[in-house]
Every structure is written in structure tokens, then in C-alpha cells.
Design a protein around this ligand. Structure first.
Ligand SMILES: [Zn+2]
Length: 67
């Protein structure tokens, strides 16, 4: 389902394609990541995270919520 969404969704900031990572939708053009909440991607620019500030600990903690 998410992969189907990826064909539709683009970065609301730059309108480029976004990539799916484990727990985030990534826009490499903007270097920001949109987190998932309850398996729904949060596409709000205000809630997007700086890719460079996301470390693996955060990815793991979010991942445990999904399991
Ligand atoms: Zn972007």
C-alpha cells in the first residue's frame, strides 16, 4: 500500500519524488524525512526531520512501535 502511495506522493516542499526508508519517507533533495505515525506518513513540512539529525537509535525506537 505504501509503495502504491509512493507513486502518487511527492515532497510537498520541492515536489520531487520521495523515497521510502524503514520508518520514514525521505526527500533527498530537501534532506528531510517525513515520519510515520500509525503507519501513515506525516507529510507536514513542519513535522519533517532533518535527515542528518536522524540517527539509528531513533529509527529503532520508532520501529519497535510498529511491531
Ligand atoms: Zn523535497
Amino acid at each position: 500500500m505504501i509503495k502504491q502511495l509512493l507513486n502518487i506522493l511527492c515532497c510537498p516542499k520541492c515536489n520531487n519524488k520521495i523515497e521510502l526508508s524503514k520508518n520514514f519517507l525521505l526527500c533527498k533533495t530537501c534532506s528531510i524525512a517525513y515520519p510515520f505515525f500509525n503507519n501513515i506518513p506525516n507529510m507536514l513540512i513542519d513535522d519533517a526531520l532533518d535527515i542528518n539529525k536522524i540517527d539509528k537509535k531513533l529509527m529503532h525506537s520508532i520501529n519497535t512501535n510498529k511491531q
